[in-house]
Design a protein around this ligand. Structure first.
Ligand code: DGY
Length: 431
């Protein structure tokens, strides 16, 4: 690729964000995902930051306007109606204004806000957001870690953002689907069914939506007997990093009380995270907290341990060896699931494909842990995937074929913020 090629892709990436821009928030892609999604928006802000800082802040400010009184920040905000998506606001039954879903998503926002502040120096906008971010993180610490184990639980696979990862297969198998009834999926009207979660998965997803709705989305009632209560390695790594970034940002802004609170929560999460280590697999894995059972496999979420913070050498060494072995089994890094596992599926959503946003987080973590060459390999592969296939939702690690939605906002954002050498970048910050 020469400079002109990069500049052409920069231009395409910007026009995808503009195409999906609804004014104050950005849809992930038209049709398949027609609302505001939580972690999509946070990551998309990083893309806007390369060409429109004001628009970047606005993306996150809009998301935080949907925060619940409890501190929870919902995974979908239904700012307008759209019949093309299921389950819509009626099925969630949260009775909130604006209408929202009843669950959350990976809290990547504080990390992005820190980057926006470091780039723009806008104290006022950062200061207005950190209280809301602190409240969200505190909600995780109380509602999702009531026993103070230093591990937060998800109550639905959608909260992990990695919907049909094999990690959830066993915990989901205990979910009773007998009352689900009939419903009409919309996702498979937009995308081939062999790229999407199975019917069995969807029944379980809907049973969990119903479970929360029947309890009026009350945190205590849900924590008391949620059929799904799993410490996702990915969300725990992302929250740990977010707490650390929030603490650093609060300190810079002179809010020492908030900085201390975030630091204390980060320390607790750091300790708890070691509970996800598997000697057997030589990596960090998800944990079904109901049954105290660890997942029998690694996923791309395992490498997010590097993004979370410093990984000690006795863990880092075997992890890097394993990561290299994963990479040697595919053409393009990093598959979302173990390519040697029988459940690996190169094109079905989170059961194998490569995702640009996960690659960015892992590369950021590898660089922060002094594995620069590997971080650069991940960037280069992401560049090849996007320049070969286009701005797809995700990519096949074997053939580079694009999968899921096209003209996808967060893929465009990652191109602008990280992959492209010509786009004015927000860069990978040292932390
Ligand atoms: C979906 O509908 O596929 C989403 O991932 C849920 O957030």
């Amino acid at each position: 690729m020469n400079n002109q090629d990069y500049i052409e892709l920069d231009r395409q990436a910007q026009s995808i964000l503009t195409l999906n821009d609804q004014g104050n928030y950005t849809v992930p892609t038209k049709g398949l995902y027609p609302f505001q999604w939580n972690w999509d928006s946070a990551l998309v802000a990083l893309g806007y930051a390369s060409f429109d800082t004001d628009r970047a802040w606005r993306e996150i400010e809009t998301l935080m306007r949907a925060q619940w009184e409890s501190g929870m920040v919902p995974h979908i905000v239904f700012w307008q109606d759209d019949e093309g998506y299921f389950p819509g606001s009626k099925e969630w039954g949260t009775h909130h204004s604006p209408p929202t879903s009843g669950i959350t998503q990976p809290p990547v926002a504080a990390t992005i806000v820190r980057k926006l502040y470091e780039r723009s120096g806008d104290k006022d906008r950062a200061a207005k957001l950190i209280d809301a971010l602190d409240k969200w993180h505190q909600w995780f610490a109380t509602a999702r870690d009531p026993e103070q184990r230093g591990l937060v639980a998800i109550i639905h696979p959608w909260e992990s953002g990695r919907d049909n990862l094999p990690d959830w297969d066993k915990p989901l198998s205990f979910v009773d689907t007998s009352e689900v009834g009939t419903y009409q999926r919309r996702d498979t009207q937009h995308i081939d069914a062999d790229q999407r979660p199975s019917e069995t998965d969807y029944d379980r997803y809907m049973a969990l939506v119903r479970f929360g709705r029947d309890r009026n989305w009350d945190d205590k009632a849900i924590a008391a007997d949620s059929p799904f209560w799993v410490a996702d390695v990915g969300i725990n790594a992302i929250l740990r990093r977010a707490e650390y970034d929030l603490a650093c940002l609060a300190e810079t802004l002179g809010n020492t009380q908030l900085a201390t609170r975030a630091h204390q929560r980060a320390k607790r999460l750091e300790k708890g995270f070691e509970g996800l280590w598997s000697d057997e697999l030589n990596g960090y894995v998800s944990l079904d907290m109901h049954r105290n059972e660890k997942a029998q496999n690694l996923s791309a979420g395992s490498w997010l341990a590097f993004y979370a913070g410093h990984v000690l050498p006795d863990h880092a060494e075997p992890m890097i060896a394993l990561l290299n072995s994963w990479i040697s089994q595919v053409e393009f890094a990093i598959p979302s699931f173990d390519p040697s596992h029988e459940l690996f599926d190169s094109i079905r959503y989170w059961r194998g494909p490569v995702w640009a946003i996960i690659n960015w987080m892992i590369a950021d973590g590898l660089a922060q842990n002094d594995h620069d060459a590997l971080a650069e390999r991940v960037r280069r592969d992401t560049e090849t995937l996007i320049s070969t296939a286009g701005f797809y939702e995700y990519f096949c690690p074997l053939t580079a074929k694009g999968g899921g939605g096209d003209s996808f906002s967060w893929t465009a954002a990652m191109w602008l913020a990280w992959v492209s050498p010509t786009s004015e970048k927000t860069g990978i910050q040292e932390s």
